[in-house]
Design a protein around this ligand. Structure first.
Ligand code: APR
Ligand code: ZN
Ligand code: ZN
Length: 367
C-alpha cells in the first residue's frame, strides 16, 4: 500500500513528507496504523548528523497505534484491533542479554540499527525502485508501520495513544533510569540534569521511588516549573552559570545519584563533579557519535565514584511498560504533564524546530 511518511534523505536537510510504499507484514511481523508518534531528541541526532544511520530513512521511533494486519507465523499473542506501543529495541529471546534478563542489549537491536531493516535485515519500505530504510525497526513518522511482533507491547484500555507513544521511549528511558539503573533510592538525593521528555520522566521516577531531595537543572524556567509540579524539591537555572557551584551551595557534600539526560560532555562533567563520595552518575542522554568526557582519575578513585550508562531505562520493556501503564492508570505517574503541542505529519519539521527552540513538553505527531 502507499502512505505518507516523513523521510530523511541526508543529514542537515529537512524531512520530506512523501508518498511511500509499505509492503505487507512478513513472517512474525505486524502492520500497525499509527495514532501518535513522539517527537524525541534522538531522531534529531540523526537529522543533524550527530549519529548516522542508513539513508534514506523514515524517522520516528516512539509511537502507538492499532494492529491492522498480522503476517504468517505470528505467536498468537496479538490480534487485529489490538492497541500497541512500539519499541525501538526488540528482543529476540535467544541471545545472551535476552536470556540473562537484559533484553535492551539484545543483539538484534544493533543489527537493526546497522541494516536499517527489520529483524531479518530487510526493509518493508520503498518508493518505486528506491529502497527506504526503517529507523530502529520502527519508522512511525508515517501513517502505518510494519514491525516485528517482538517490537510491540499491548496497551491497556484507558491509556491514550499519545501517552502510549511517549511511554515507549522517553518515559521508559527516564523512569527506568531511576527504577532500574539507580534502584532503591528512598530518602536519597537525586540530581537530574536536563528537563526534556526524558529528564522529566526521571523526575517522576525519582518522586515515585521516594527520593529526597530531587534537584533538577535546566536552562529553561518553564521546564523547571514543570519539574517542580512533578516532584522536584529544588530547581537550578543553568543559564545563570556555575551549575556545580549552585548544586554544592545547596548540598555541600554532593548528591548520591546524578542522572544526565542531555548527552553533552559539559553537563556530564558537571554531574560527575556534583557527586558525593560513593555517588553514581547515570548517563542517559546520547551525544554525537565520537563525543567523550574527561573523568579525573584521583577523584574517581579516592571518592569511590561510579559512572554507568543506561540505555532505554535499563528496562525489561515487556515487564516495565505494562507497569508504567498501570501506574499511569492508578494516577501514580502523571504522564499527561509531559505532553506538549500536537502536530500533523505534514508539520514534522515544525515539530523539530519547536524541540530545538526549547518548546516545553513532549510534542506529538498525529499522522
Ligand atoms: N544545562 C541544563 N540543561 C540543558 C542544557 C544545559 N547546559 N542544555 C540543554 N538543556 C536542557 C534543554 O533545555 C532541554 O530541556 O536539556 C533538555 C533536553 O531535552 P530534549 O531536547 O527534550 O531531549 P529528550 O528528548 O528529553 O532527550 C534527552 O536523551 O535519549 C536521549 O537522544 C536523547 O540525547 C537525548 C537525551
Ligand atoms: Zn526516543
Ligand atoms: Zn536477544
Amino acid at each position: 500500500m502507499t502512505m505518507r511518511a516523513a523521510v530523511l534523505r541526508r543529514p542537515g536537510a529537512p524531512l520530506t513528507i512523501e508518498q511511500v510504499d509499505l509492503a505487507p507484514p512478513g513472517p512474525g511481523e505486524i502492520m500497525v496504523r499509527i495514532e501518535a508518534a513522539g517527537v524525541c531528541h534522538s531522531d534529531y541526532h540523526y537529522m543533524t548528523g550527530d549519529i548516522a544511520c542508513p539513508l534514506p530513512v523514515v524517522l520516528g521511533h516512539e509511537g502507538a497505534g492499532i494492529i491492522e494486519a498480522l503476517g504468517d507465523g505470528t505467536s498468537g499473542r496479538l490480534a487485529v484491533g489490538d492497541r500497541v506501543a512500539l519499541m525501538w529495541r526488540p528482543r529476540c529471546g535467544d541471545c545472551e542479554p535476552c536470556i540473562t534478563g537484559n533484553p535492551v542489549l539484545c543483539q538484534s537491536g544493533p543489527r537493526q540499527a546497522a541494516t536499517g531493516g527489520l529483524l531479518d535485515g530487510t526493509s518493508r519500505l520503498s518508493k518505486g525502485d528506491e529502497q527506504l530504510h526503517h529507523f530502529l525497526g520502527v519508522s512511525c513518522f508515517a501513517e502505518r508501520v510494519v514491525v516485528s511482533e517482538r517490537s510491540v507491547v499491548p496497551v491497556p484500555e484507558g491509556v491514550p495513544a499519545q501517552i502510549a507513544a511517549i511511554s515507549g521511549c522517553a518515559v521508559i528511558t527516564g523512569v527506568g533510569a531511576v527504577l532500574n539503573a539507580v534502584g532503591e533510592c528512598a530518602g536519597d538525593s537525586v540530581l537530574i540534569i536536563g528537563a526534556g521528555g526524558v529528564g522529566l520522566s526521571s523526575v517522576m521516577g525519582a518522586h515515585l521511588a521516594g527520593a529526597n531531595p530531587i534537584v533538577v537543572v535546566d536552562v529553561d524556567p518553564e521546564k523547571l516549573e514543570r519539574a517542580t509540579r512533578l516532584g522536584a524539591t529544588h530547581t537550578i537555572d543553568a543559564s545563570a552559570g556555575d551549575t556545580v557551584g549552585q548544586v554544592l551551595a545547596l548540598f555541600p557534600s554532593g548528591v548520591k545519584w546524578a542522572i544526565e539526560a542531555i548527552g553533552r560532555a559539559a553537563t556530564l562533567q558537571q554531574a560527575f563533579d556534583c557527586l558525593a563520595p560513593a555517588g553514581t552518575l547515570v548517563a542517559v542522554g546520547l551525544g554525537r557519535v565520537d563525543d567523550t568526557f574527561a573523568i579525573p582519575v584521583n577523584n574517581l578513585v579516592q571518592r569511590q565514584k561510579r559512572v554507568i550508562g543506561s540505555l532505554y531505562g535499563s528496562a525489561n520493556p515487556l515487564v516495565d511498560l505494562p507497569k508504567i501503564f498501570e501506574l499511569y492508570l492508578a494516577g501514580r505517574l502523571p504522564l499527561d504533564e509531559l505532553i506538549g503541542a500536537g502536530f500533523p505529519l505534514e508539520e514534522a519539521n515544525e515539530a523539530y524546530d519547536a524541540l530545538a527552540g526549547g518548546a516545553v513538553g513532549r510534542a506529538v505527531i498525529v499522522p
